[in-house]
Write a protein that binds this ligand. Structure first.
Ligand code: HEM
Length: 571
């Protein structure tokens, strides 16, 4: 993510430095350079007085950005090996701290959690997430607290997750069938990566909005959902110069702000369609008297609309209006259409629908790729370690029998499966650099002065592979390590005191979706291995394991493998 952005960034800096002939740009550049130079002098005056953590010396304007290389988490670990587990850098003019050990992570995410619970202001939060109306990019404060509460108490509760059991069952079974069909009964290798991503996207869409969406649901002109996700992903994955060199922000050199605003408009229209669909559905059920007689499983949009109805005074007002309008419409149902209701509502009270939109987008983004990445890495490592596959298959069979189907309730008895998933997340945390934190005030940590508004990057990838904690084989896939007493029963949710690995972060901003993610990954993995034996072309130990550099950390090359049915069965 950062790397692509960095390449763009350097290109753009070179471009404007070249003049381009535009008088405005030239004047802007001169002013900017002078401003940067003086800011730089002032900042480094303070650096001499305070004991900042160690780090390489920054260049004017771009700071240490020129030192970032692909993949960024590896570069940052390399720098940490040289300068220490808290490393001070400057991304443009933004003071940036990289934390690379579990001991230091504990200082930031436990001892001083409150000070580091905010987020740096980025253009993604501003232009795509409706000026930080989301949860993941929102600064610490009232809005974030409200969003977090809705997430934890309404959307991602154990009960709610359980209520979508049938969705996971149906979609994982559909994935298994499609893998078998695509391989033409095991004769051809299948694209396991593609199958996993499609299945997890279907699961998440059904949890969020009741139905799966295809490209055509967004647009039939080839500008469908995939295109939108790609557009946003590119914008999110680009390092916006303006975020780090604020004096250049107004120039929008890479066109990122334009692109985010455009993507936001397209997503907004799509999300509105989803809401319309929910109002339609609700009205149809109400008119048939089904709301009382046939309760249905509520998806996240249902829950959010309900929360909006009951939560606060202003949202209540809006829901009352909706109810009144629905009532009016119901009194003459045949002549009513829900869309005008929503148009009117949006006009009157944009905040509630906005919250729903933002939640939809963000939970999809946060939940889909992360879980899919974990599953594809687990499959990749297992394919390289046949003894681990064998042990896992034996365990699954001992719990469900040869012909039985895996049930989510069986997972608690599958200890080795849990070890495999933990080991995968240790080596391949889906967000290798978490989501940047920001300090809300100056503080001293580990004897070093950390200025206010410092961006803090947790190198979760480096923490999970620290040989001081995990031993000389820290970079090896060895699920058995989690059977040892010290690691057995290790809780990954980040809400406890164990900081040896942090795939879901820790403290106030830890991932609220960890339980759902682990359940989905364990269940899908168990089904994939209980149904099929797997092999790859050539020597499994030679399987390409390079990671791609995106917002998350997927495989660089898709995983292809041959499935063969373990027992004759109907799929
Ligand atoms: C294997 C799967 C997943 C991994 C490895 C993962 C990891 C993470 C990490 C590292 C963070 C940042 C923590 C920090 O800032 O310190 C995060 C935040 C977040 N995750 Fe996940 N996640 C996963 C799945 C999910 C799922 C399934 C959902 C919900 C559907 C979800 C929702 C979120 C949200 C909303 C945040 C922002 C929290 C905040 O800023 O308060 N994640 N996740």
């Amino acid at each position: 993510m950062f790397d692509m952005g960095f390449v763009n960034l350097l290109q753009n800096l070179t471009l404007i430095a070249g003049g381009g002939g535009a008088a405005t740009a030239a004047i802007g550049l001169m002013a900017t350079l002078m401003f940067c130079f003086f800011s730089y002098c002032i900042l480094y005056q303070s650096r001499r007085n305070e004991r900042l953590p160690p780090g390489p010396y920054p260049w004017p304007i771009i700071g240490n950005l020129h030192q970032l290389r692909l993949p960024i988490h590896r570069t940052l670990r390399h720098l940490a090996n040289k300068y220490g587990p808290i490393l001070f850098l400057r991304f443009g003019s933004v003071p940036t701290l990289v934390v690379s050990s579990s001991e230091m992570a504990k200082q930031f995410l436990k001892t001083h959690d409150l000070i580091f619970a905010s987020r740096p202001p980025t253009s993604v939060g501003k232009y795509f997430f409706y000026n930080f109306k989301d949860i993941a990019f929102a600064p610490y404060g009232d809005h974030w607290r409200k969003m977090r509460k809705i997430c934890v108490l309404e959307l991602l509760t154990a009960q709610r997750i359980e209520s979508f059991k049938h969705v996971r069952q149906e979609e994982v079974s559909a994935m298994i069938r499609s893998i078998w069909e695509e391989s033409e009964s095991g004769r051809f290798a299948v694209n396991v990566t593609e199958a996993i991503y499609a299945s997890l996207a279907n699961i998440l869409w059904r949890i969020l909005a009741r139905k799966k969406f295809s490209d055509n649901d967004l647009g039939t002109d080839g500008k469908g959902f995939t295109d939108l996700v790609r557009e946003v992903s590119t914008a999110v994955g680009s390092l916006n110069i303006g975020d780090f060199v604020p004096y250049l922000d107004w120039l929008d050199l890479q066109g990122i702000k334009r692109s985010l605003k455009k993507a936001n408009r397209r997503f907004d229209a799509f999300a509105e369609k989803i809401i319309n669909d929910h109002v339609d559905h609700h009205m149809a059920r109400a008119s048939n008297g089904q709301e009382e007689t046939m309760p249905h499983v509520k998806d996240f949009v249902d829950v959010l609309l309900e929360v909006a109805e009951t939560n606060t005074t202003d949202t209540k007002l809006k829901r009352e209006t909706i109810k009144a309008l629905i009532f009016v419409c119901l009194s003459d149902f045949t002549h009513c259409h829900p869309i005008p209701i929503l148009k009117l509502e949006r006009f009157e009270q944009p905040n509630i629908l906005l919250t729903v939109f933002v939640f939809l987008q963000q939970l999809f983004a946060a939940g889909m790729e992360t879980s899919a990445d974990a599953l594809e890495w687990a499959m990749s490592e297992l394919l390289r370690h046949p003894h681990a596959i064998h042990r896992l298959q034996e365990e699954i069979e001992s719990v469900v029998g040869q012909h039985g189907k895996v049930n989510e309730s069986n997972l608690a008895s599958m200890v080795y499966l849990q070890c495999v998933v933990k080991e995968t997340l240790r080596l391949y945390p889906s967000l290798p650099l978490a989501i940047p934190h920001a300090s809300v005030e100056a503080v001293t940590v580990g004897g070093y002065y950390i200025p206010k508004k410092t961006m803090v990057i947790m190198n979760l990838w480096a923490i999970g592979r620290d040989p001081d904690v995990w031993g000389a084989d820290a970079s090896e896939f060895n699920p058995e390590r989690f059977l040892r007493v010290e690691e057995h029963g290790m809780d990954l949710s980040g809400g406890q005191s164990d900081f040896r690995m942090l795939p879901f972060g820790a403290g106030r901003r830890r991932c609220p979706g960890s339980a759902m993610a682990i359940l989905t990954v364990e269940y899908a993995l168990a089904q994939l291995l209980h149904t099929f034996d797997w092999r790859v072309e050539g020597d499994p130990s030679e399987l390409d394991m390079k990671e791609a550099c995106a917002t998350t950390m997927p495989r660089q090359a898709p995983l292809f493998a041959y499935p063969s049915l373990r027992r004759p069965r109907r799929l």
